[in-house]
Design a protein around this ligand. Structure first.
Ligand SMILES: [Zn+2]
Length: 181
């Protein structure tokens, strides 16, 4: 296993924390001088906060640890290509490098929709490495969404069954059916 893969594995571990909260599994770590100084995972639903992406959570922790908003000399390992908000924050943080697991064709801003990390016009460019443990990172996401769909289908079926078996003495149980949406 290369060093990049080793750190991406740690990002995957963070993503699994999000998964355990029924959040979209996205995780990251920030490395400075060969050591992990901050970790983060997606907590958007849990925190009910648009800003609670894995990358921003980790950037906050790294700055606290370093006592500096500048993350010069640091590298972020993230399981999914950052969105426009996080890519913008990464440029602002002056981080050296971002290592990405899987790309996000519909929303990614490190080369998919846009490439905010390597724009000539800005005063800072972030080095980008793509495709580290790509398969593991992308199957983690597709498994999550598949399970979500199956769970929704199962709930719908159950709801229907309850309605059919309900009598006056035993009224149909109401399920919300939208716990994950
Ligand atoms: Zn983001």
């Amino acid at each position: 296993m290369t060093e990049q893969e080793r750190f991406m594995k740690e990002a995957v571990r963070q993503a699994k924390k999000a998964r355990a909260l029924m959040e979209v599994p996205i995780g990251c770590v920030i490395v400075s001088e060969g050591k992990i100084i901050a970790r983060g995972y997606n907590r958007r639903n849990t925190d009910k906060n648009t800003l609670s992406h894995a990358e921003l959570n980790a950037i906050k922790k790294a700055s606290k640890k370093l006592g500096d908003w500048r993350l010069e000399g640091c590298t972020m390992y993230v399981t999914l290509e950052p969105c426009q908000m996080c890519a913008g924050a990464l440029v602002q943080s002056r981080i050296d490098e971002v290592v990405i697991g899987s790309m996000n064709p519909k929303a990614g801003c490190a080369g998919s929709v846009l490439n905010l990390l390597e724009m000539d016009g800005f005063n800072h460019k972030v080095k980008v490495t793509r495709g580290v443990l790509e398969e593991e990172c992308s199957s983690m996401l597709s498994d999550f969404f598949r399970e979500l769909r199956e769970e929704k289908k199962r709930k719908k079926k159950e709801e229907k069954k309850d309605t059919l078996s309900g009598t006056e003495d035993d009224p149909p149980r109401k399920t919300t059916g939208n716990e994950f949406s």
